[in-house]
Design a protein around this ligand. Structure first.
Ligand code: MN
Length: 300
């Protein structure tokens, strides 16, 4: 079909782009890192997506991560199964279970630990980061826990809205940019999700298999959809659990290294030095787990 030059034709959205997640580890546990990718640093303000597990852990090989710092981002922790205990230097101590949202805002600096709470168990979930805009990224750190979130019924499933809104369902979570995140629990069949035309979208499948506008997506991949769509048609060939992440393209090119989201290496060097020096900037989480040292930066 010829489009674009003839006038009067409706514009056809670009087809979904499917790329592979990168296999990595956190501690000794496997993760599938859907974001960032070399050619796609951000989708909206979403800049990091680690699909954790599903996997078992033991006392000798626990899930979770000891005290470490962040700047310039929000961490979004979302579990499918298992539990984690969040501790941060603001004094927060919060267990998270499936269906709940932990949202930590780093601003100019925060530190936290995410500990497994049992001697052995099973963990499956996703950790996402949202880049903070210039308007708030040098501001104070903060932490929110949302035990329950609004839901939106789909033809063959339901959406739980973590951040932003979907139809009448509006998340109470803090939002520093125009972004959106939901978990879709899909039954076999077709469900159409209304979306904001100005948003680009990332799709990360946690369980099952789906088709979106002719592209099949399974765990271990990133689906990307450019702005310009009013709805996304999902077809599930089996029950599926899907993270749908959207937003207006981010205002800046971010510089990410280790646990820091910044704009240049000077900001990262300063944050790294402050963490290594035990500066008040990052405080003390109170966790008994070992503090994680920053690696050397590749540019030094
Ligand atoms: Mn963290």
């Amino acid at each position: 079909m010829s489009v674009g030059l003839t006038g009067g034709m409706p514009s056809v959205p670009a087809p979904p782009e499917i790329t592979d997640s990168r296999s990595s580890t956190v501690g000794s546990h496997a993760v599938r890192r859907a974001l960032p990718q070399r050619d796609r640093r951000t989708v909206g303000a979403w800049c990091f997506a680690d699909h954790m597990g599903p996997g078992d852990y033991t006392e000798d090989d626990p899930a979770g991560v000891g005290p470490h710092p962040h700047i310039g981002l929000q961490t979004v922790t979302w579990l499918v199964s298992g539990e984690l205990l969040h501790r941060d230097n603001l004094g927060s101590e919060q267990t998270i279970t499936p269906g709940q949202l932990n949202l930590m805002t780093a601003g100019q600096g925060v530190s936290h630990a995410e500990e497994s709470v049992h001697r052995r168990g099973h963990l499956h979930g996703i950790q996402l980061w949202v880049a903070q805009p210039d308007a708030t990224r040098r501001g104070d750190a903060a932490f929110e826990h949302h035990a329950a979130l609004p839901q939106h019924e789909l033809a063959n499933g339901e959406a739980t809205v973590l951040v932003g809104s979907l139809g009448e369902a509006v998340s109470p979570a803090r939002r520093d940019t125009d972004h959106f995140g939901a978990e879709l629990l899909l039954r076999t069949g077709r469900s159409v999700v209304p979306v904001d035309r100005d948003h680009e979208h990332a799709i990360v499948v946690l369980e099952g298999a789906i088709d979106v506008d002719g592209a099949s997506i399974t765990p271990g991949h990133l689906g990307y959809l450019a702005p310009g769509r009013d709805e996304l048609p999902f077809t599930a060939s089996e029950p599926a659990r899907v993270m749908l992440l959207g937003g207006t393209p981010f205002e800046a090119r971010v510089k990410m290294w280790w646990n820091f989201v910044a704009r240049d290496t000077d900001e990262i060097d300063e944050a790294r030095a402050d963490w290594q020096a035990g500066s008040d900037r990052f405080g003390d989480t109170g966790s008994a787990w070992s503090r994680i040292d920053a690696p050397e930066t590749p540019w030094t």
